[in-house]
Ligand binder design. Structure first.
Ligand SMILES: *Cc1c(COP(=O)(O)O)cnc(C)c1O
Length: 421
C-alpha cells in the first residue's frame, strides 16, 4: 500500500503532482510520501502490539538516512539502528532520543565508539572480540559500563540475494554461533561492558518467515544457555530484513512476522528490539526521471533517461527490479512495447530494465521508478561527476526539498589544486 496514485491521469504523491515537482526542481529526484511512511510504521507497530510483544522499533537508518525521513518515523515513536557515526548524528539531529538508538556494524572505529558512549545510546551490538575489548576500554575510561548485545551469527540461510545475506557462517557478520557462549563469558570479565542481550540479523529482503523462525529458535537456545550460566538476558534484538514486493514477491505480512517472534521468543520475558529498514521506507519512495532520448538500436529500443546507476544503484548492484511507469498515463488502449531503460553513465551496468514493456515514450516524458525509498538515495554517488540526486518529502498537498541538489561549485569546493601547479 502506498500513496502514489494517478489523479486525472497524472501520477501524484499524495495530493502533489510529480510533474509539478519536476517543473520546480528539475530531474532526477527522489520523492517520499509521509502518509506511506506513517502507514508502514503503524501497520508494523500494530502487528507487534497485537502479538503482545514489548517491542522497541529502531528504524535501520542505512535504508534511508535523510533527516526528514528519520524525523517522520521518530515522531511516531521509532528509535534508530545506526551503522556509523554519520548515521548516529543523523538520528540525533532528527530528534531520536539516545535511549532509543542501537549501534550495529562490524567495523566501528574507536572514534565512533567514543562518540556513541558519550551520547549514552541504548545499546551497542558488538560483532567481534576485538571490538568488545576496545569498547570496554572506551567505556571504562569514562567510568561507565556500556549496555551491549552480542550479535551472533546463527548460520541460517536467509534465501535472499547473495550480496544481502548476512547470517551464514561464511559471512563477515556476527560472532560465530558455536563460540558465542565463550565470548559472552569473556564479556562478563570486562570492566566497561554490561551484557544485556542477544542480537541477530540474518539478511535483507527476506520473503519467507521460515529463516526468521530458524534463527530465532537458535537465539532462544542461546538465551537458555546464558541464563543457566547466570547472565541477565533482558533484550533480544531480532534485526531487520523483512522484504517488500518489488515485482511478484509476496513477503510475509508483519502480522505473520510478529507471530514468528511471539512463538519463538515471546515467553522469555525480554524486550524485543527490531531493526526494520526497507520495510518502512521502500514503498514510500519513488525516483522520478526524464526521458532524454529514445534511441533505436539494431535489435532493441533504448529509452535513455536522466537518472543513472549513481542515483539508483540497486539494478546494477543486485539485478534488482523496479517497476517503471509514465508519470502521465497513456490513453486507454495504448499497446506497451519492449524497451531497455538505461542511464547516461558510461557502463553497460547502467541499465534499469531490459526488454521491459512500457507504453511508448518520447524525449521529455517523465518516468517514475517505484519502490525506491530504501537503498536508493542512501546509496547514491556522484559517479561521472553527476550532482547528488535531491530528495523531496510530500505531506498531503505540501512538498519540501529535504536534500537539495548541490551546485557544481559546491561539488568542487572540497577539492583543490596542490601548490605545485
Ligand atoms: C541492514 C540492516 C538492517 C535493516 O535491514 P532491512 O532489510 O532494510 O530491514 C537491520 N539491522 C542491521 C544490523 C543491518 O545491517
Amino acid at each position: 500500500m502506498n500513496h502514489f496514485d494517478l489523479i486525472d491521469g497524472s501520477l501524484h504523491a499524495e495530493q502533489v503532482a510529480l510533474a509539478e515537482i519536476a517543473a520546480r526542481i528539475g530531474t532526477p529526484f527522489y520523492c517520499y510520501s509521509t502518509a506511506t511512511l506513517v502507514r508502514h510504521y503503524t501497520v508494523f507497530a500494530h502487528a507487534l502490539e497485537k502479538a503482545g510483544l514489548d517491542a522497541t522499533i529502531c528504524f535501520a537508518c542505512k535504508a534511508n538516512p535523510n533527516v526528514a525521513v528519520i524525523r517522520t518515523l521518530a515522531e511516531l515513536g521509532a528509535g534508530a539502528d545506526v551503522v556509523s557515526e554519520g548515521e548516529l548524528r543523523q538520528a540525533l539531529a532528527a530528534g531520536v532520543p539516545p535511549g532509543r538508538i542501537v549501534f550495529s556494524g562490524v567495523g566501528k572505529t574507536r572514534g565512533e565508539l567514543e562518540f556513541a558512549v558519550a551520547k549514552g545510546i541504548m545499546q551497542i551490538n558488538v560483532e567481534s572480540e576485538p571490538e568488545l575489548e576496545l569498547l570496554s576500554s572506551v567505556a571504562a575510561e569514562r567510568g561507565i559500563r556500556m549496555p551491549v548485545s552480542l550479535r551472533v551469527n546463527p548460520d541460517v540461510d536467509a534465501g535472499t540475494h547473495a550480496k544481502i545475506t548476512t547470517g551464514k557462517k561464511e559471512n563477515k557478520f556476527g560472532i560465530e554461533w558455536t563460540r558465542a557462549h565463550e565470548v559472552y563469558r569473556k564479556a562478563r570479565t570486562l570492566p566497561g561492558i554490561e551484557v544485556v542481550g542477544v542480537a541477530c540479523h540474518i539478511g535483507s529482503q527476506l520473503t519467507e518467515v521460515a529463516p526468521f523462525r530458524e534463527a530465532f529458535l537458535r537465539v532462544r537456545d542461546l538465551v537458555a544457555i546464558l541464563r543457566a550460566d547466570g547472565f541477565d538476558i533482558r533484550r533480544l534484538d531480532v534485526g531487520g530484513g523483512l522484504g517488500v514486493p518489488y515485482e511478484d514477491e509476496t513477503p510475509p505480512h508483519p502480522d505473520e512476522y510478529a507471530a514468528a517472534i511471539r512463538d519463538t521468543l515471546g515467553d522469555l520475558g525480554c524486550r524485543i528490539v527490531l531493526e526494520p529498514g526497507r520495510l518502512l521506507v521502500a514503498n514510500a519512495g519513488i525516483l522520478v526521471s526524464r526521458v532524454v532520448y529514445v534511441k533505436e538500436g539494431a535489435t532493441r529500443t533504448f529509452v535513455i533517461v536522466d537518472a543513472a546507476m549513481n542515483d539508483l544503484m540497486r539494478p546494477a548492484l543486485y539485478d534488482a527490479h523496479h517497476a517503471i511507469e509514465p508519470v502521465t498515463a497513456p490513453p486507454p488502449g495504448t499497446e506497451p512495447v519492449p524497451v531497455d531503460v538505461v542511464g547516461p553513465v558510461c557502463e553497460t551496468g547502467d541499465t534499469f530494465a531490459r526488454q521491459r514493456l512500457l507504453p511508448p515514450v518520447k524525449a521529455g516524458d517523465l518516468l517514475a521508478f517505484r519502490t525506491a525509498g530504501a537503498y536508493g538515495a542512501a546509496m547514491a554517488s556522484t559517479y561521472n561527476t553527476r550532482p547528488l540526486v535531491p530528495e523531496v518529502l510530500v505531506k498531503g498537498d505540501r512538498f519540501a526539498v529535504v536534500r537539495a541538489r548541490p551546485t557544481y561549485e559546491e561539488m568542487r569546493a572540497l577539492e583543490s589544486l596542490p601548490d605545485w601547479f
